[in-house]
Design a protein around this ligand. Structure first.
Ligand SMILES: [Fe+2]
Length: 461
């Protein structure tokens, strides 16, 4: 008997119960709810030869970007590899992809998943893993095009179409196609309101377009959907960005204390990323965050020398400089320097080109050597996508550079950079504050006054 998933893809060594569990687990994973791994484990207990069960487990674990899950991921892959002779071509493409990933070849993993997706455009798991890995790697066009290549072959009659729309929405947004991105995101939400990734994509559109009040409203209106999901930390972070731009730092701190800081348990990596990114932004606008840095730095300490993912390292560094932990800063930098002496994996390039320069720039900023911070960031500012993450996340680099230029007293450079930000997002009060401060530095009080007025009322002429 041939067993297939809900989209008609053949599953080796599977029973209908296996297929049902896989469908439910993928649905849970993409809707950021439940425990997809537990669902798969339950079916694997009775069907240890279910190839896609192991493949799903290993594939999903690639996205954790944490050393503590590494052994579990390898175990799942090895179980899938042991079933190689009984696996079909599509399943083998997944196995090859995770093997490449485990060997540090993240780009190779994407290519292998992509080879499978070209032959099987309804392989939603492959599409999800390509899209999400492209986000981790900073492959901006890939985030959009991995969906585009299959998109015309999908429609509402195919289960999971809402997730395809969600991925497409985010991919379009990261490629500045904001109206199409919002349309796809809202279409996904019309099909399935319980879809945190589509909410996220629309929030990104609003963030990039400087629609702060609309963003707050949009997020609050849907809070009962996302605030219970596994994506909640990052979505709280997005809500806090809208408030931050409006200068509502009390709201930001309240979100941080009540939601982002969460359980207080170390190891919630995505929460720790968002927490560091938010505290550093508060630092840039001059808010004293008190003990929060120390609490967060405690959580990052155990992974200071991981060298697993440069994006993690720069956020760990924010916490270490935020709490003035020179020993941890040194440990992180030394570990990365040693790692780069011999490493040839995908992360090595990310670390060498952006991760380490930004870590050193953060150190210089915290030491008050703002000129050194500027010198480290100016040459890399247009390459920062190689660090991975989104435009909104990487904006922290450009913002740090500009703040360093201001604090270094370089009025001309600060004005140039502030003008650039303001042209991209003229409705941002924070951007106008930066412009105003640059004018003050240059002694142009009249322009400074006008910029302050814009900061108070972004719609004013
Ligand atoms: Fe985001």
């Amino acid at each position: 008997m041939t067993v297939t998933d809900r989209r008609g893809l053949k599953l080796s060594n599977a029973t209908p119960a296996c297929a049902e569990a896989l469908d439910a687990a993928l649905d849970d994973a993409l809707a950021f709810r439940g425990d997809p791994i537990a669902r798969i484990d339950a079916v694997l207990a009775g069907h240890p030869d279910f190839v896609m069960g192991h493949v799903f487990r290993a594939g999903l674990l690639t996205q954790a970007m944490e050393t503590r899950i590494y052994r579990t991921m390898v175990d799942s892959l090895e179980k899938a590899e042991a079933l190689w002779d009984r696996a079909n071509d599509r399943e083998r493409a997944h196995i090859r992809a995770v093997r490449a990933w485990i060997e540090g070849d993240f780009h190779g993993a994407v290519q292998r998943w992509e080879a499978g997706l070209v032959d099987h455009p309804h392989d939603l798991l492959a599409m999800a893993l390509i899209h999400l890995t492209d986000v981790l790697l900073g492959d901006v066009a890939g985030q959009r095009d991995c969906v585009a290549r299959a998109f015309p072959l999908w429609d509402e009659s195919i289960p999971g179409y809402e997730f395809v729309l969600g991925f497409y929405s985010f991919g379009l947004e990261e490629n500045n196609a904001y109206s199409r991105a919002e349309e796809a995101g809202r279409q996904a939400l019309a099909l399935r309101p319980d879809h945190p990734y589509a909410i996220h994509a629309v929030a990104h559109v609003m963030e990039m377009q400087g629609r702060q009040l609309g963003g707050v409203h949009f997020m609050n209106q849907r809070r009962d959907v996302w605030a219970e999901s596994h994506f909640r930390n990052h979505l709280w972070w997005h809500l806090s960005l809208f408030h931050l731009d409006l200068g509502r730092t009390d709201e930001v701190l309240s979100i941080y204390d009540n939601h982002l800081r969460g359980s207080g348990v170390a190891g919630e990596r995505y929460e720790e990323l968002d927490s560091a990114a938010l505290l550093w932004r508060l630092n840039l606008v001059g808010v004293d965050v008190g003990r929060r840095w120390a609490d967060l730095a405690d959580k990052w300490e155990p992974s200071a020398a991981d060298t697993l993912y440069a994006f993690n390292d720069v956020h760990a560094m924010m916490a270490f400089v935020g709490d003035n932990r020179t020993e941890a800063q040194g440990r992180l930098l030394t570990a990365n320097e040693r790692y780069l002496e011999h490493a040839g994996d995908a992360n090595a390039a990310m670390s060498r080109e952006i991760g380490l320069p930004f870590c050193r720039a953060l150190q210089a900023f915290a030491a008050g050597d703002y000129r050194a911070c500027v010198d480290r960031l100016l040459p890399v500012r247009y390459m920062t996508h190689r660090l991975g993450g989104s435009h909104a996340q990487r904006d922290i680099i450009a913002w740090t550079l500009l703040e360093a230029a201001l604090r270094a007293g370089d009025g001309n450079l600060a004005l140039a950079l502030a003008n650039e930000r303001c042209q991209l997002k003229p409705s941002s009060p924070q951007n106008w504050r930066l412009v105003a401060r640059a004018h003050v530095l240059r002694g142009d009080q009249e322009r400074a006054r006008r910029a302050w007025a814009r900061a108070e009322s972004p719609l004013a002429a």
